[in-house]
Design a protein around this ligand. Structure first.
Ligand code: NAP
Length: 198
């Protein structure tokens, strides 16, 4: 059975924990401060989403990065190779306090993140909606909330699309990074676009 880890327990990590719990999909969750800091998560989502130490979370098959973009190298540096893992990149490369897209010299942030996880297959997802929207029930009378994904590994994208569907959302696979360009990245057209699919 595929194992899932949510890395980061802030706004996006907590929103994901809520959705995993509501859908009955088991996951572990970790942050920098250890499981002792995650009592609120245990209280609300325990039994489905269980706090663990970061090193244990990083053993999971699918890792969802819900950490600040600048923290990604630290997470990636925890292991030399990530063979067989699927990394789901929910981060956005933002310059604070200007709240502007980071100048990455023409590269996509997810390509940079992908390079930090040798051996892994990276899929960009869960990065376009504000945390409060991501946390809310995605199933409405008029349809399911759309979640975009993109990546260069079709098998990994299919796996993440299946997860997105299990969580109750309607996955919309944009294809490879070359095909989708920067559309899903911070500052571009699909960010904060809250759509329902019939
Ligand atoms: N907030 C949004 O609405 C939103 C929407 C779309 C995308 N995003 C993106 O999602 C990512 C997370 O945003 P957020 O708003 O959830 O941030 P946040 O509330 O500041 O939470 C960040 C989490 O990352 C953890 N963390 C930081 N460095 C870490 C490390 N080296 N190893 C493990 N965990 C680490 C923190 O741990 P501690 O709790 O121990 O400090 C914290 O739990 C960002 O890249 C952001 O751009 C955010």
């Amino acid at each position: 059975m595929t194992t899932y880890a949510i890395i980061g327990s802030g706004a996006i990590g907590s929103a994901l924990a809520e959705r995993f719990h509501a859908a009955g999909v088991d996951a572990v969750i970790a942050n920098t401060r250890g499981p002792g800091s995650l009592q609120p998560v245990t209280d609300k989502f325990g039994g489905t989403v269980n706090p663990v130490e970061l090193d244990q979370a990083l053993q999971s098959d699918v890792l969802i990065l819900a950490v600040p973009y600048d923290a990604v190298p630290e997470v990636a540096g925890k292991k030399a190779t990530w063979d067989g893992r699927t990394i789901v990149d929910a981060t956005n490369a933002i310059d604070f306090p200007a709240f502007k897209p980071r100048d990455l010299g023409g590269r996509l942030s997810s390509e940079i993140v992908s390079d930090l996880f040798p051996g892994a297959q990276l899929v960009k997802a869960f990065n376009t909606l504000p945390a409060a929207v991501l946390a809310a029930d995605p199933v409405k009378a008029s349809g399911r909330r759309v979640l975009f994904l993109s990546g260069n590994f079709p098998d990994a994208s299919n796996k993440v699309a299946d997860l997105i569907a299990r969580l109750g959302f309607a996955p919309s696979d944009l294809g490879s990074f070359k095909a989708s360009g920067s559309l899903q990245h911070f500052g571009q057209a699909l960010v904060a676009l809250n759509l329902l699919r019939d």
